[in-house]
Design a protein around this ligand. Sequence first.
Ligand code: GAR
Length: 183
Amino acid sequence: MYKIAVFVSGGGSNLQAIIDACDSGKLNATVCLVVSNKNTAFALERAEKSRIPNFCLTAESEILATLEKFNPNIIFLAGYLKKIPPSILEKYDVYNIHPALLPKYGGKGMYGINVHKAVLAAGESETGVTIHKIDSDYDKGTIIAQKKVAVLPNDTAETLAARVLAHENIFIVEVISQILSEC
Ligand code: GAR
């Protein structure tokens, strides 16, 4: 049974998808730890409801000490909007889900709704989801898997965000399953 630490900053729909897949046996894993940088993140309530140890932590030393205690096989960033320091990347395999087809629409400021606004402003006909292994640069690193999602003529940033997120919630489980099978 693999142990996954999930880092979050927001609503946590991807966290919920991972929890549900662990509960149903789709993933041979448990979420051993949830870390948020915001104590208001709804994702923390989801963790609490599933009785998963959850913490709001911002200090690097505290995050490292907590990881050491729970000893996950992998760390998954599911809507975590802070940079991961090198001290963590040296010790753990860290993966991230991003709501666009990287390397397009990644980097500083490109998170959440901003990504979808930029995709629409550029007149793209397709966008998607990227899961990648993190290196020290945000939204850079090795791309593990991508899924394309169509941009529809009447899309607003909100409708596009919702469609991409629905795909993320399925794709994240498929790709974690693949990552764990190679662990
Ligand atoms: C997701 O769309 C995720 O791809 C994005 O934040 C959202 C979190 O949703 N992450 C980034 O933009 C990272 N650059 P969730 O809290 O419902 O899982």
